[in-house]
Design a protein around this ligand. Structure first.
Ligand SMILES: [Mg+2]
Length: 144
């Protein structure tokens, strides 16, 4: 899969323009995803020096991205057919609807081929198992 990964708030705690501390298991998960032959794209607002720092920070932890802020390394933004929309299969971003699950959950869901199934939120609570999960309206209206 082609997986776009945000940096601030996703791999590290949000301290932009500084680099925050690592969010637990982010880099070990990214290394495992690379090992599993997924293509990772770093997808961040960082540019110039701030971008270089982030790339270096990841590289020092064994995370080498296939491409950075583009679909593939040689992509030319002035070329014919170029679109600024990234063509990734999956985006891992703390601003995603439903929020960012923990990295263990992210890895397992991707490995199981279930990364795009919409049962986010409940996966991270640790309190509700698949079987106990209330139905949609029960959750909204608080019925048991
Ligand atoms: Mg972010």
């Amino acid at each position: 899969m082609i997986i776009a990964v945000d940096f601030d708030g996703t791999i590290v705690r949000h301290r932009y323009p500084k680099i925050g501390e690592e969010i637990p298991f982010a880099t070990s998960t990214l290394r495992m995803l690379i090992q599993d032959r997924h293509r990772l794209i770093l997808w961040t607002v960082r540019e110039g020096e701030l971008l270089d720092e982030a790339v270096e920070w990841c590289r020092a932890r064994g995370v080498e991205f296939y491409a950075i802020n583009r679909d593939f390394p040689e992509e030319d933004s002035t070329g014919e057919g170029y679109s600024r929309k990234l063509k990734a299969d999956l985006f891992i971003d703390d601003r995603s609807f439903g929020g960012l699950p923990d990295w263990g959950t992210i890895y397992h869901r991707i490995s199981e081929g279930k990364a795009l199934e919409a049962d986010w939120g409940l996966l991270t609570s640790g309190e509700v198992t698949e079987r106990e999960r209330p139905g949609f309206f029960a959750r909204i209206f608080g019925a048991k």
